[in-house]
Design a binder for this molecule. Sequence first.
Ligand SMILES: CC(C)(COP(=O)(O)OP(=O)(O)OC[C@H]1O[C@@H](n2cnc3c(N)ncnc32)[C@H](O)[C@@H]1OP(=O)(O)O)[C@@H](O)C(=O)NCCC(=O)NCCS
Length: 173
Amino acid sequence: MQLETFARHHIADMLDWFPTAEGLTQWGGPGLRFPLDETQLDEMQASTFGDAPARWMFAGIVDGNLAGHAQVALDWENGIGRLSRVAINPRFRGQGLAHPFLQQVIDHVFADARFERLELNVYTFNTAAIRTYLKLGFIEEGVRRSSAKVGTIRWDTAIYGMLRSDLAAEREA
Ligand SMILES: CC(C)(COP(=O)(O)OP(=O)(O)OC[C@H]1O[C@@H](n2cnc3c(N)ncnc32)[C@H](O)[C@@H]1OP(=O)(O)O)[C@@H](O)C(=O)NCCC(=O)NCCS
């Protein structure tokens, strides 16, 4: 799995990754319109430009194919990244690819000395994502109960975080 900057030419390759409205919300939160389309990904990508962009977007490439996608929303003032919109291409799931892909994203964030904290939100039923985040070293910090409305039901959101000092402690252990 090779880490690249997500580019416009990757967009078409991920438009069929989320075949249901619930699946799209599970990936991207309640702010997205179903189905995922080029316009929405274009808008996200437009916020990656400039000296202090609102987000970074990453592509995970396997044998020339788009196998993974992830974003990091950037709070430059506080030195906080929020890992979000993580997905493995459905054709590549179940092979343990999320872990090495996200490890590279984490390394990229902490390679920038301005970032002290990386956090993420995940719906509490999303076992595959949570197992991956725990293995990467994220720590659960709490649950925002009933925090997302999806159709007629509500989902709980767990908050996970990782500090630069956690990484140092891990390396020393
Ligand atoms: C979450 C996601 C990125 C994981 O990608 P992946 O590389 O295919 O993950 P894996 O298949 O290696 O699974 C990771 C772990 O979860 C476990 N797992 C996978 N599917 C599971 C399921 N349905 N129920 C319980 N555990 C599951 C695996 O056994 C593995 O655990 P292990 O490392 O202890 O063996 C992928 O499922 C995905 O893209 N989901 C849709 C989008 C999404 O939910 N993104 C997260 C938003 S926060």
